[in-house]
Design a protein around this ligand. Structure first.
Ligand code: SF4
Length: 138
């Protein structure tokens, strides 16, 4: 994160919309709050390919790539590419967080169908995704 804005990878543009405190560590979660605060206060996001300002505080980041699982970086780049295609964003493109939030609303059903299944954060995100998608929760 810099004064110029927030570096953010594709799937984080979508997934950060539903963050509400969970994370891999306290430091990771605090960084996420800072990232989201910065974006909602008007900092521009810039799309990056690979690790971003969220990954920077993640315990899974090793030697400049996601090492949560042996093939995580490759798998997550596929997810990033899917998010960018859905949101019609390109590498290096700057965007406003508010506009991204509206775009996420537009693609939410498709994202949920293609990307959320099997994610370790699916249960944590579900209540907010249900709200955003207009589902009735019981
Ligand atoms: S798990 Fe991987 S992709 Fe997710 S924040 Fe950590 S380093 Fe980044």
């Amino acid at each position: 994160m810099s004064e110029r804005g927030v570096r953010i990878r594709g799937h984080h543009v979508i997934c950060l919309q539903f963050f509400h405190g969970e994370g891999y560590s306290a430091e990771f979660a605090m960084n996420l709050f800072r990232v989201i605060d910065s974006l909602t206060q008007g900092a521009k996001g810039t799309v990056v390919i690979g690790p971003d300002d969220v990954c920077a505080a993640c315990p899974a980041l090793k030697d400049g790539h996601c090492a949560q699982e042996p093939d995580s970086e490759e798998a997550i780049r596929v997810l990033d590419a899917l998010a960018l295609e859905m949101l019609e964003l390109d590498a290096g493109e700057e965007f406003e967080w508010g506009a991204a939030t509206l775009s996420v609303q537009r693609v939410l059903e498709r994202w949920r169908a293609l990307a959320c299944g099997g994610c370790e954060w699916e249960e944590a995100c579900r209540p907010l995704i249900d709200l955003a998608a207009g589902y009735r929760t019981t």
